[in-house]
Ligand binder design. Structure first.
Ligand code: PLP
Length: 417
């Protein structure tokens, strides 16, 4: 069981130690929780799928290195992520490369460096990659990203089913794919779809995967392709806010298992590796953002705890990362209510920036916060430091701490200001 759930008081002591030793604000990642989530994923979906981790969700080098012999593949979305993954010990052959605006300067090192699969998102990119592969003297394996015409309701972020910069629209595939197939230095080995993310509804995820299977079947038939690989952009969501519940993987397998079995039974897919590509599901719940109360203000009937890390260090928890209505993340005071000495009350929590959008909580019920206290915000292991405006108002960058069992170490990627 995740260390935070198994013994919350012991875990709070670890969070306090991390803050004491390495400073705040800090992201604290627990590898035991990632391991537990990976095991859960494999137990439910491993019969059909290998797992690919989307580096964009958390490119921390120590975490990527830890994943090296635990996960099957990495998906990167920039030349920078290629370099980070290679430095973390990943073989290039286990890496795929997505992204809608890939450029020569990042494609060349990846292709020359032995990239496993390039996920093509346009004809422009295919022609560029073909020329680079020709100069490198090899044939580059590619997957083609398709943007389906429809995405079911229930996804927090939608990348297809409407005008979108991502991939080849399914309606245009018949025109564009043969042109890609004709390029001599690329070899199409499969297809890729990532059309929606942050979904907590099993039936919407299953419906989406059924759309994928239909698109894959039709497209492979049209290309007369027996694919080596088909990537299912998983879309698995995680609970961030009070009242949200963990996605039920049992419900997903119960609903989609027979369809996946039937899909696999098609002779065209007999040798195909199906891959689930995801980020937040694995690492999101394995990260806590720990920030220290610097000042407390009573303001016109509200108590406001002002902390050393806010929007600058954690854009997502401030509600400014694609959220329409700001809602509090789940959070707690490290150390609890101290045996009743800190009775719970409604408070606001803000960060150190001079802007009213720098808010980590509005009207949250927590033990009464005082200067020096630590607040831990949950579900912060994905889209953390790398998705935050770290330079805004030039405060120190957040630390990153890796907890492995009883041990912890500084795993900060981004240098201090
Ligand atoms: C192509 C692609 N792959 C993977 C992901 C990872 O999504 P998540 O972290 O929600 O699993 C995204 C998210 O935007 C994506 O665009």
């Amino acid at each position: 069981m995740s260390p935070a759930l198994a013994d919350p008081q012991a875990f709070d002591r670890q969070l306090a130690e991390a803050a004491q030793r390495f400073g705040t604000p800090a992201y604290v990642y627990a590898t035991d929780t990632v391991a537990e989530r990976l095991a859960h994923l494999r137990a439910h979906l491993g019969r059909w799928f290998a797992i690919s981790f989307a580096v964009k969700s958390n490119p921390n080098p120590a975490l990527l290195r830890w994943m090296g012999d635990r996960l099957d593949y990495l998906d990167i979305s920039s030349g920078g992520e290629f370099a980070l993954s290679r430095e973390a010990g990943w073989e290039p052959g286990r890496i795929s490369f997505t992204g809608p605006a890939k450029q020569e300067r990042e494609l060349r090192p990846a292709i020359e460096g032995g990239l496993g699969e390039l996920v093509l998102e346009s004809l422009r990119e295919a022609e560029l990659a073909d020329a680079i592969a020709a100069r490198a003297g090899h044939v580059q394996p590619v997957l083609i990203r398709i943007a389906p015409a429809r995405v079911p309701k229930g996804f927090g972020d939608q990348m297809a089913g409407r005008p979108s910069p991502f991939g080849v629209d399914a309606e245009d595939a018949a025109r564009i794919l043969p042109q890609i197939a004709a390029l001599p230095n690329l070899r199409i080995i499969g297809l890729h779809i990532y059309s929606g993310t942050q979904c907590l509804k099993p039936d919407a995820i299953c419906e989406n995967w059924r759309i994928f299977m239909q698109v894959f079947s039709e497209t492979c038939a049209a290309l007369d392709l027996r694919p080596e690989k088909l990537i299912f952009g998983a879309g698995l969501g995680i609970p961030y806010h009070p009242g949200e519940t963990e996605l039920d993987l049992t419900a997903i397998t119960a609903e989609i298992g027979a369809d996946l079995d039937a899909f696999r039974a098609d002779p065209r897919f007999a040798d195909t590796r199906l891959v689930l590509e995801l980020g937040r599901y694995l690492v999101g719940p394995a990260g806590w953002f720990v920030t220290r109360v610097v000042s407390v203000k009573e303001s016109r009937g509200s108590r406001i705890a002002i902390c050393d890390g806010g929007l600058n260090a954690n854009l997502a928890a401030s509600g400014n990362f694609g959220m329409v209505l700001r809602r509090n993340y789940v959070m707690h005071r490290v150390g609890g209510d101290q045996g009743g000495a800190r009775p719970e009350e409604k408070q606001d929590i803000s960060g150190p920036l001079c802007t009213s959008i720098d808010k980590l909580a509005g009207g949250v019920t927590l033990p009464r916060l005082e200067v020096g206290d630590l607040v831990a915000i949950h579900a912060c292991g994905a889209y953390g430091p790398s998705a935050s405006p770290l330079y805004f108002i030039s405060h120190p960058h957040p630390r990153e701490v890796l907890i492995e069992g009883e041990g912890m170490r500084d795993a900060t990627r981004i240098p201090a200001l």
